[in-house]
Ligand binder design. Structure first.
Ligand code: IPE
Ligand code: IPE
Ligand code: MG
Length: 253
Protein backbone atom coordinates (compact mmCIF):
# COMPACT_ATOMS: atom_id res chain seq x y z
CA UNK A 1 0.00 0.00 0.00
CA UNK A 2 1.42 3.37 -0.87
CA UNK A 3 1.75 6.05 1.81
CA UNK A 4 -1.15 8.14 0.56
CA UNK A 5 -3.57 5.24 1.00
CA UNK A 6 -2.49 4.81 4.62
CA UNK A 7 -3.88 8.23 5.54
CA UNK A 8 -7.17 8.35 7.43
CA UNK A 9 -8.98 11.25 5.79
CA UNK A 10 -11.34 11.50 8.78
CA UNK A 11 -8.48 12.24 11.17
CA UNK A 12 -6.46 14.90 9.39
CA UNK A 13 -4.68 17.59 11.38
CA UNK A 14 -6.65 20.83 10.99
CA UNK A 15 -3.52 22.95 11.28
CA UNK A 16 -0.05 21.88 10.16
CA UNK A 17 2.86 24.22 10.93
CA UNK A 18 6.32 23.71 9.46
CA UNK A 19 9.73 25.03 10.47
CA UNK A 20 11.37 24.73 7.06
CA UNK A 21 15.00 24.25 8.08
CA UNK A 22 18.20 23.02 6.44
CA UNK A 23 18.41 25.00 3.21
CA UNK A 24 21.95 26.21 3.97
CA UNK A 25 23.25 22.75 4.85
CA UNK A 26 21.60 21.27 1.77
CA UNK A 27 23.45 23.76 -0.45
CA UNK A 28 26.73 23.29 1.41
CA UNK A 29 26.45 19.53 0.90
CA UNK A 30 26.29 20.16 -2.81
CA UNK A 31 29.26 22.56 -2.74
CA UNK A 32 27.00 25.55 -3.49
CA UNK A 33 26.29 28.83 -1.74
CA UNK A 34 23.50 28.96 0.87
CA UNK A 35 21.16 30.97 -1.37
CA UNK A 36 21.00 28.02 -3.76
CA UNK A 37 19.39 26.02 -0.95
CA UNK A 38 16.80 28.74 -0.36
CA UNK A 39 15.91 28.72 -4.06
CA UNK A 40 15.60 24.95 -4.11
CA UNK A 41 13.46 25.13 -0.96
CA UNK A 42 10.74 26.95 -2.90
CA UNK A 43 10.04 23.72 -4.82
CA UNK A 44 9.32 21.95 -1.52
CA UNK A 45 7.04 24.83 -0.55
CA UNK A 46 5.04 24.49 -3.78
CA UNK A 47 4.69 20.71 -3.43
CA UNK A 48 3.72 20.89 0.26
CA UNK A 49 1.20 23.69 -0.22
CA UNK A 50 -0.47 22.01 -3.18
CA UNK A 51 -0.64 18.65 -1.42
CA UNK A 52 -2.14 20.16 1.76
CA UNK A 53 -4.79 21.92 -0.35
CA UNK A 54 -5.62 18.70 -2.19
CA UNK A 55 -5.80 16.68 1.05
CA UNK A 56 -8.27 19.16 2.53
CA UNK A 57 -6.03 20.47 5.33
CA UNK A 58 -7.60 23.70 6.64
CA UNK A 59 -4.52 25.62 7.83
CA UNK A 60 -0.86 25.40 6.84
CA UNK A 61 1.61 27.80 8.43
CA UNK A 62 5.16 28.03 7.12
CA UNK A 63 8.01 29.62 9.06
CA UNK A 64 9.77 31.48 6.26
CA UNK A 65 11.74 34.20 8.09
CA UNK A 66 12.14 34.84 11.81
CA UNK A 67 12.74 38.11 13.65
CA UNK A 68 16.16 36.62 14.48
CA UNK A 69 16.94 35.92 10.80
CA UNK A 70 17.51 39.67 10.27
CA UNK A 71 20.88 39.03 11.95
CA UNK A 72 22.10 36.94 9.00
CA UNK A 73 24.59 38.41 6.48
CA UNK A 74 22.99 41.22 4.47
CA UNK A 75 23.55 39.40 1.19
CA UNK A 76 21.58 36.37 2.39
CA UNK A 77 18.74 38.51 3.76
CA UNK A 78 18.49 40.42 0.46
CA UNK A 79 18.45 37.17 -1.50
CA UNK A 80 15.71 35.73 0.72
CA UNK A 81 13.54 38.82 0.19
CA UNK A 82 14.06 38.54 -3.58
CA UNK A 83 13.07 34.88 -3.52
CA UNK A 84 9.96 35.81 -1.54
CA UNK A 85 8.86 38.36 -4.14
CA UNK A 86 9.55 36.13 -7.15
CA UNK A 87 7.83 33.14 -5.52
CA UNK A 88 4.73 35.18 -4.74
CA UNK A 89 4.53 36.33 -8.36
CA UNK A 90 5.09 32.83 -9.65
CA UNK A 91 2.70 31.03 -7.30
CA UNK A 92 -0.35 33.27 -7.55
CA UNK A 93 -1.85 30.92 -10.16
CA UNK A 94 -1.09 27.91 -7.91
CA UNK A 95 -3.07 29.62 -5.14
CA UNK A 96 -5.98 30.49 -7.42
CA UNK A 97 -6.13 27.06 -9.05
CA UNK A 98 -6.14 25.31 -5.66
CA UNK A 99 -8.60 27.59 -3.82
CA UNK A 100 -5.86 28.74 -1.42
CA UNK A 101 -6.15 31.90 0.63
CA UNK A 102 -2.85 33.61 1.44
CA UNK A 103 -2.37 35.03 4.92
CA UNK A 104 0.69 36.52 6.58
CA UNK A 105 1.82 36.87 10.20
CA UNK A 106 4.76 38.78 11.65
CA UNK A 107 6.28 42.27 11.62
CA UNK A 108 5.32 42.89 8.02
CA UNK A 109 6.31 46.57 8.16
CA UNK A 110 9.96 45.46 8.40
CA UNK A 111 9.86 43.86 4.95
CA UNK A 112 11.11 45.74 1.87
CA UNK A 113 8.39 47.78 0.12
CA UNK A 114 8.21 45.54 -2.95
CA UNK A 115 7.70 42.45 -0.77
CA UNK A 116 4.98 44.18 1.25
CA UNK A 117 3.26 45.32 -1.95
CA UNK A 118 3.39 41.86 -3.53
CA UNK A 119 2.09 40.21 -0.37
CA UNK A 120 -0.86 42.58 -0.12
CA UNK A 121 -1.68 42.05 -3.79
CA UNK A 122 -1.70 38.26 -3.52
CA UNK A 123 -3.65 38.39 -0.23
CA UNK A 124 -6.24 40.54 -1.99
CA UNK A 125 -6.40 38.31 -5.08
CA UNK A 126 -6.95 35.19 -2.96
CA UNK A 127 -9.19 36.66 -0.24
CA UNK A 128 -12.36 34.95 -1.50
CA UNK A 129 -10.81 31.48 -1.67
CA UNK A 130 -12.25 29.26 1.03
CA UNK A 131 -9.98 26.21 0.88
CA UNK A 132 -6.60 26.00 2.58
CA UNK A 133 -5.46 29.09 4.50
CA UNK A 134 -1.74 29.30 3.81
CA UNK A 135 -0.02 31.51 6.37
CA UNK A 136 3.51 32.74 5.80
CA UNK A 137 5.34 33.68 8.99
CA UNK A 138 7.62 36.52 7.93
CA UNK A 139 9.74 38.57 10.30
CA UNK A 140 7.86 36.52 12.85
CA UNK A 141 8.71 35.96 16.50
CA UNK A 142 6.32 34.31 18.97
CA UNK A 143 7.49 36.27 22.00
CA UNK A 144 6.85 39.51 20.17
CA UNK A 145 3.40 38.28 19.10
CA UNK A 146 2.55 37.48 22.72
CA UNK A 147 4.02 40.78 23.94
CA UNK A 148 1.85 42.68 21.43
CA UNK A 149 -1.24 40.81 22.60
CA UNK A 150 -0.42 41.64 26.25
CA UNK A 151 0.01 45.34 25.41
CA UNK A 152 -3.29 45.42 23.45
CA UNK A 153 -5.22 43.70 26.22
CA UNK A 154 -3.65 45.81 28.97
CA UNK A 155 -4.52 49.03 27.15
CA UNK A 156 -8.12 47.87 26.67
CA UNK A 157 -8.37 47.15 30.41
CA UNK A 158 -6.81 50.53 31.21
CA UNK A 159 -9.35 52.31 28.99
CA UNK A 160 -12.27 50.32 30.44
CA UNK A 161 -13.02 48.67 27.08
CA UNK A 162 -12.80 45.24 28.70
CA UNK A 163 -12.69 44.08 32.31
CA UNK A 164 -9.83 42.23 33.95
CA UNK A 165 -12.22 39.32 34.57
CA UNK A 166 -12.94 38.90 30.85
CA UNK A 167 -9.35 37.84 30.11
CA UNK A 168 -9.30 34.16 29.24
CA UNK A 169 -7.66 31.85 26.66
CA UNK A 170 -10.19 32.81 24.02
CA UNK A 171 -9.62 36.52 24.47
CA UNK A 172 -5.84 36.06 24.32
CA UNK A 173 -6.29 34.00 21.13
CA UNK A 174 -8.25 36.83 19.58
CA UNK A 175 -5.33 39.20 20.12
CA UNK A 176 -2.73 36.98 18.45
CA UNK A 177 -1.72 37.24 14.78
CA UNK A 178 -3.30 33.80 14.33
CA UNK A 179 -6.79 34.75 15.64
CA UNK A 180 -8.40 33.29 12.48
CA UNK A 181 -6.62 29.91 12.66
CA UNK A 182 -7.08 26.63 14.53
CA UNK A 183 -4.56 25.63 17.21
CA UNK A 184 -1.64 23.77 15.67
CA UNK A 185 -2.24 20.00 15.61
CA UNK A 186 1.00 18.93 13.95
CA UNK A 187 4.31 20.82 14.04
CA UNK A 188 6.98 19.55 11.65
CA UNK A 189 10.63 20.64 11.73
CA UNK A 190 13.04 19.45 9.08
CA UNK A 191 16.85 19.12 9.17
CA UNK A 192 17.24 17.22 12.45
CA UNK A 193 17.12 20.24 14.75
CA UNK A 194 14.85 19.58 17.71
CA UNK A 195 13.91 23.06 18.82
CA UNK A 196 11.08 25.55 18.35
CA UNK A 197 13.14 28.69 17.58
CA UNK A 198 10.48 31.16 18.78
CA UNK A 199 7.70 29.83 16.52
CA UNK A 200 3.99 29.85 17.53
CA UNK A 201 4.68 29.30 21.24
CA UNK A 202 1.07 29.82 22.35
CA UNK A 203 -0.51 27.93 19.45
CA UNK A 204 1.56 24.73 19.83
CA UNK A 205 0.50 24.15 23.46
CA UNK A 206 -0.97 20.74 22.54
CA UNK A 207 0.55 20.17 19.09
CA UNK A 208 2.13 16.84 18.18
CA UNK A 209 5.80 17.49 17.40
CA UNK A 210 7.47 15.73 14.48
CA UNK A 211 11.17 16.08 13.77
CA UNK A 212 12.73 14.67 10.62
CA UNK A 213 16.35 14.60 9.46
CA UNK A 214 15.28 15.41 5.89
CA UNK A 215 16.60 18.80 4.81
CA UNK A 216 13.89 21.17 3.61
CA UNK A 217 14.88 21.17 -0.10
CA UNK A 218 14.58 17.35 -0.07
CA UNK A 219 11.13 17.40 1.58
CA UNK A 220 8.61 15.83 -0.81
CA UNK A 221 5.04 14.46 -0.80
CA UNK A 222 6.07 11.19 0.86
CA UNK A 223 7.74 13.07 3.72
CA UNK A 224 4.48 14.87 4.41
CA UNK A 225 2.51 11.61 4.18
CA UNK A 226 4.92 10.03 6.68
CA UNK A 227 4.47 12.92 9.09
CA UNK A 228 0.67 12.71 8.88
CA UNK A 229 0.66 8.91 9.27
CA UNK A 230 2.92 9.25 12.32
CA UNK A 231 0.57 11.92 13.74
CA UNK A 232 -2.46 9.66 13.20
CA UNK A 233 -0.83 6.82 15.17
CA UNK A 234 -0.55 8.96 18.29
CA UNK A 235 -3.11 9.09 21.05
CA UNK A 236 -3.92 12.71 21.87
CA UNK A 237 -5.03 12.63 25.48
CA UNK A 238 -5.25 16.34 26.40
CA UNK A 239 -4.66 15.50 30.03
CA UNK A 240 -7.13 12.62 30.20
CA UNK A 241 -6.25 8.95 30.67
CA UNK A 242 -5.92 6.49 27.84
CA UNK A 243 -9.00 4.62 29.16
CA UNK A 244 -11.10 7.79 28.95
CA UNK A 245 -10.04 8.32 25.37
CA UNK A 246 -10.74 4.74 24.31
CA UNK A 247 -14.06 4.34 26.10
CA UNK A 248 -16.21 7.40 26.78
CA UNK A 249 -17.98 5.44 29.57
CA UNK A 250 -14.91 6.03 31.74
CA UNK A 251 -15.76 9.74 31.81
CA UNK A 252 -18.67 9.09 34.10
CA UNK A 253 -16.76 7.15 36.76
C1 IPE B 1 15.90 27.61 6.70
O1 IPE B 1 17.13 27.10 6.32
C2 IPE B 1 15.53 28.88 5.97
C3 IPE B 1 15.57 30.09 6.80
C4 IPE B 1 15.82 30.13 8.07
C5 IPE B 1 15.27 31.33 6.14
P1 IPE B 1 18.48 27.64 6.95
O2 IPE B 1 18.94 28.79 6.12
O3 IPE B 1 18.33 27.92 8.38
O4 IPE B 1 19.44 26.42 6.71
P2 IPE B 1 20.53 25.84 7.72
O5 IPE B 1 19.83 25.59 9.02
O6 IPE B 1 21.59 26.87 7.85
O7 IPE B 1 21.00 24.59 7.06
C1 IPE C 1 14.06 28.96 12.10
O1 IPE C 1 15.21 28.44 11.49
C2 IPE C 1 13.46 30.01 11.24
C3 IPE C 1 12.93 29.56 9.95
C4 IPE C 1 12.83 28.33 9.53
C5 IPE C 1 12.46 30.60 9.09
P1 IPE C 1 16.66 28.91 11.93
O2 IPE C 1 17.63 28.12 11.13
O3 IPE C 1 16.77 30.40 11.82
O4 IPE C 1 16.68 28.51 13.46
P2 IPE C 1 17.90 28.37 14.49
O5 IPE C 1 18.54 29.71 14.59
O6 IPE C 1 18.84 27.34 13.96
O7 IPE C 1 17.25 27.94 15.76
MG1 MG D 1 18.55 26.79 10.03
Amino acid sequence: MNLKDQIDTNNLPKHIAIIMDGNGRWAKGKGKIRVFGHEEGTKSVRKTVTLCAKLGIKNLTLFAFSTENWNRPKLEVTALMKILVSSLKKETTTFLENNIQLNVIGRIDDLPNNAKKELLEVINKTKDNDGLILTLALSYGAREEIKNAVVDIASKVKNNIISLESIDDLLINKHLYTHNLHDVDLLIRTSGECRISNFLLWQIAYAELYFTDTLWPDFRENDLFEAIINYQKRERRFGKTSEQICSPLHNAT
